[in-house]
Design a binder for this molecule. Structure first.
Ligand code: NAD
Length: 450
C-alpha cells in the first residue's frame, strides 16, 4: 500500500488554491472520504474564494479553518500540523508550492500538470529527491473505465507490442473556448495547451503503452481564437445567428447564470485581485495555441501522431493503437454537438457531466474495438463508471485518500515521475513550436531519467 493507506487515523489536509477544481477534493473529504482526512487550513490569496469553500465545510462539519496567504504556506503547515497538501492553484504556481510544502514536511497531492515549464519541473524533481517525501499526481483520465479498458487490451498482449498510436482529441467551442477566457491564455501561466491539457493525453499514452517518450516534433498555432485568427473574418452560420437573435452569445460565459461560478469569480472576488473568469475569447492578448499536431518517438521505435483542436463542433476523442499482432480502436463522444439550455448556457466540461443524446448521428457514447490479424473485429467490454470524467473521479479519489492497492493490475496511481514524463512531451512540444526543430526529452534538463 502507499503511504496514505498505511497511516492510521484521519490525515490533516491544507487545500492550496481554492478555485473550481478544489471543490472536488473538498466534496470528497466531506463525503466519501470523511473518515480518511479533514481539511484544517486553506492557502489562498483571495479570501472571497476561500470563504466559499470554508462555508461549505463549516455547514457540514462546523468549526472554522484559517486562511493563509501563499507566502505563509510553511506557517500553515506548522501551525495546523498539516500532513498533506492538495495543490489546486494555477499551473505556474505548482512548482514553488510543491517544493515549499515538501521542504516544510508535508506530502503533496498535485493536480496536473506537475509544472508549467521544464525548469519548474526540475525544481520539483530536486525537492522530491532531497526530502524523500511523497507526491501524488492526480491523473483522473487513467481511472475512466474506457481508458482502463484500453490499458487492459494492451497489457493482455492481444494486439502484440505497440508500434504506433494515433490520438485525436477534439475540444468543442464551449469547453475548448474556456481555456481562452482566463489565465490559461498566458503561456507562461499554463504552459499552453500542450502542457495544461495534453499532459493528460500524453500520460495516457505513456501509461497505456508502458513506453517512455524520447523525441518530439510539433507544429500548429493559434488559428481560431484571438482578434487576428479565423474569427476575425468569420461569418456566423444560421444557427449562430438564431442564437444571437435569442440573446445568446455562444462564445461568452455568463457568470450570472451559474451561481457557483458567480460566487467564486463574481464581482466580490474580482474586487480583491482583478481575476476575470469570463474574458472574451477574441481578445487581442491571447498567446495560447488552439490547433496542434505532434509526432512523438518512443523507446523501442514506437511512434505517436497526436492532434488537439480547441474549436471543434463536438467533443470527444479517437485512439488507434497498432500492435504487432493487431489493432485496438477507442472512440469516445462526450458531447455530440453543443446545445444551449433554456437559460442560454451549456455545460462547460461535458466529460464531467455526461449528457444523453438520443437520435443523434453522433450520440454520446464510447466503443472499444479490438481486431487481431486474420480475425474479425470484436467489441471489448467497458465497465460502468461512477460520476464525473468518464467515471474516473470517484476511483481516483479512492486511491488519493485511502491509498492505492499495490496489486492494482492497471497501475493507475501516479507519482511525480509520471507527472514529469507526461508534461515533458508538452515542454518539448513547446520548444519545437518555438524552434521548428525536433526536441529530444533528454535535452530538457529534467534531472531524472524518464
Ligand atoms: N484534472 C482535471 O481534470 C482538472 C480540471 C480542472 C482543473 N485542473 C487543474 O486544477 C488547477 C486549478 O484549476 P482551477 O480551474 O480550479 O483554477 P482557478 O483559477 O479556478 O483556481 C485557482 C485558485 O488558486 C488561487 N491561487 C492563485 N495563485 C495562488 C498561489 N500562489 N497560491 C495559492 N493559491 C493561488 C486562485 O486565487 C484561485 O482561487 C490547475 O492546475 C488545473 O490544471 C485539473
Amino acid at each position: 500500500m502507499t503511504d496514505a493507506a498505511t497511516t492510521t487515523g484521519r490525515r490533516r489536509y491544507a487545500v492550496i488554491g481554492t478555485g473550481h477544481r478544489a471543490g472536488m477534493y473538498v466534496g470528497a473529504l466531506l463525503d466519501a472520504h470523511a473518515a480518511d482526512g479533514e481539511i484544517v487550513a486553506w492557502v489562498e490569496p483571495n479570501p472571497v474564494r476561500a470563504a466559499v469553500h470554508e462555508a461549505r465545510v463549516a455547514a457540514a462539519v462546523g468549526g472554522t479553518r484559517p486562511v493563509y496567504g501563499p507566502d505563509d504556506l510553511e506557517k500553515a503547515i506548522e501551525n495546523e500540523r498539516v500532513d498533506r497538501v492538495i495543490v489546486t492553484s494555477p499551473d505556474r504556481t505548482h512548482a514553488d508550492l510543491v517544493c515549499r510544502a515538501l521542504r516544510a514536511g508535508a506530502d503533496v497531492v498535485v493536480e496536473k500538470p506537475i509544472a508549467a515549464t521544464a525548469e519548474q519541473a526540475r525544481l520539483i524533481v530536486d525537492a522530491v529527491q532531497e526530502t524523500g517525501k511523497d507526491v501524488t499526481m492526480t491523473f483522473n483520465y487513467r481511472y475512466s473505465p474506457r481508458n482502463a479498458a484500453l490499458r487492459e487490451v494492451i497489457r493482455s498482449g492481444e494486439i502484440g507490442d505497440v508500434v504506433a498510436v494515433h490520438f485525436d482529441w477534439a475540444l468543442d467551442t464551449v469547453h475548448g473556448a474556456d481555456y481562452f477566457r482566463r489565465w490559461h491564455r498566458e503561456k507562461d501561466v499554463s504552459g499552453g495547451l500542450l502542457v495544461h491539457k495534453s499532459s493528460h493525453h500524453f500520460d495516457l499514452v505513456n501509461w497505456w503503452t508502458g513506453l517512455a517518450p524520447r523525441r518530439v516534433f510539433a507544429a500548429g498555432g493559434r488559428r481560431f481564437y484571438g482578434d487576428d485568427a479565423a474569427h476575425a473574418t468569420y461569418e456566423p452560420n444560421e444557427t449562430e445567428q438564431a442564437l444571437q437573435a435569442q440573446g445568446v452569445d455562444p462564445w461568452a460565459l455568463d457568470l450570472d447564470k451559474n451561481p457557483y461560478l458567480s460566487e467564486l469569480y463574481g464581482p466580490e472576488a474580482q474586487a480583491v485581485d482583478g481575476y476575470r473568469r469570463d474574458r472574451s475569447v477574441f481578445d487581442p492578448d491571447i498567446e495560447l495555441e488552439d490547433t496542434l499536431s505532434l509526432v512523438v518517438e518512443y523507446e523501442k521505435g514506437a511512434v505517436l501522431t497526436y492532434s488537439l483542436v480547441a474549436h471543434a463542433p463536438f467533443e470527444g476523442y479517437r485512439v488507434v493503437v497498432t500492435g504487432t499482432r493487431g489493432r485496438a480502436e477507442l472512440e469516445v463522444v462526450e458531447r455530440g454537438s453543443v446545445a444551449f439550455g433554456e437559460s442560454g448556457t451549456a455545460v462547460i466540461d461535458p466529460s464531467a457531466t455526461p449528457e444523453a443524446w438520443e437520435n443523434d448521428p453522433r450520440p454520446f457514447g464510447e466503443r472499444l474495438v479490438v481486431q487481431r490479424h486474420w480475425e474479425r473485429a470484436r467489441e471489448w467490454p467497458i465497465a460502468e463508471g461512477i460520476g464525473g470524467h468518464g467515471g474516473g473521479d470517484a476511483f481516483l479519489l479512492r486511491d488519493v485518500f485511502t491509498g492505492a492497492p499495490d496489486d492494482d493490475p492497471l497501475g493507475r496511481a501516479a507519482g511525480y515521475l509520471d507527472g514529469v514524463r507526461a508534461s515533458a512531451v508538452g515542454y518539448a512540444g513547446n520548444r519545437s513550436l518555438a524552434t521548428g526543430d525536433p526536441v529530444a526529452l533528454d535535452d530538457l534538463g529534467l534531472g531524472v531519467s524518464l
